[in-house]
Design a protein around this ligand. Structure first.
Ligand code: SF4
Ligand code: ZN
Length: 301
């Protein structure tokens, strides 16, 4: 197996590109992909302040590392969601990385700062912990980015995540979600900060390789609530397709972005946005779900 670029000894083979790379050329390929994605979708440039969402897993750690090493103005943001050992461990990993590399980090603790408990809320509202957790995360990322004057919120979503999400949305024709699935979600309200996914063409395996080569510490465990999630089943199905036909995931995403997504644009535009009467953040209801969560738990105390 020879490196496709320098003809040295290849150490990683990427089936969908029918190419092997040595360590240095893999890093060159990886960096190029990220730079191309940022440029192609006009995500941000070096003057912009970028808030990078960090969970402590390999994808977000890889994103934080590559953007910082490429000289982008990045600040990490970590949310402690009160998920026992998983949250404690991931916070430790993220804080130690920031400290060792002199990177700025904002930490939010939903229990300590807002009295929020995703388990209590899930019981009281009869909603899954993931749906509660997702609402809280989306709210806080946008609020912190807006209040801090950031130009964009960057997440570590990779090709496997994007393809699995797309498959799930297509299977139930979730038109609203399909309209919003994109590597760049432009702001549609002065208080909504643009969302970007610079790693959307790189796979989980490539991100893993990147963090291993760069000796970046990351949390190997998944959140315990991710076990049994539908998205994992979709990833397994897509992996099977990818094995038989390399490049399936990338084709699925790129052809959707080029040909499919535009058919859902009118659904996206129909959503009426308001400002929450309590906190002023953007919502579709009178009071946003975050403020509702805080109120519900206060009443229950
Ligand atoms: Fe939150 Fe669910 Fe993700 Fe865990 S798996 S971090 S509970 S959304
Ligand atoms: Zn609110």
């Amino acid at each position: 197996m020879k490196c496709v670029r320098c003809k040295g000894k290849g150490i990683i083979y990427l089936k969908r590109h029918n190419a092997a790379f040595c360590q240095d050329c893999f890093l060159y390929y990886y960096k190029n992909q990220v730079k191309k994605n940022i440029k192609r979708h006009k995500m941000f440039d070096k003057k912009d302040k970028i808030l990078v969402v960090i969970s402590g897993g390999k994808d977000s750690m890889a994103l934080w590392h590559i953007l910082a090493s490429e000289g982008y103005n990045v600040t990490g943001m970590y949310i402690n969601l009160g998920i026992g050992h998983y949250s404690d461990k991931s916070q430790q990993v993220v804080e130690s990385f920031a400290q060792k590399n002199g990177l700025e980090l904002i930490v939010k603790d939903i229990k300590k700062e807002y009295g929020l408990d995703i388990y209590k809320l899930s019981k009281l509202l009869k909603r899954s912990t993931c749906s509660i957790c997702g609402s809280i995360k989306r709210y806080l990322f946008n609020k912190v980015a807006y209040d801090g004057g950031f130009s964009a919120v960057a997440t570590g979503h990779n090709l496997d995540d994007e393809a699995a999400t797309l498959l799930g949305n297509v299977l139930s024709w979730e038109e609203g979600y399909l309209a919003r699935q994109s590597p760049v979600l432009e702001s549609t309200h002065p208080k909504l900060v643009k969302k970007v996914k610079p790693l959307y063409t790189l796979t989980e395996r490539e991100n893993l390789f990147y963090v291993l080569i760069n000796k970046i510490e990351f949390l190997h465990d998944e959140c315990p609530h991710a076990i049994g999630a539908r998205s994992i089943l979709y990833k397994e199905v897509l992996n099977r397709l990818e094995e038989e036909s390399p490049g399936t995931k990338q084709r699925f995403i790129t052809s959707f972005l080029e040909k499919g997504r535009r058919h859902f644009q009118d659904v996206y535009e129909k959503v009426e946005l308001k400002e929450c009467i309590s906190c002023g953040q953007v919502t579709t209801t009178e009071i946003c779900s975050f403020c509702r969560f805080v109120q519900i738990l206060k009443q229950d105390a």
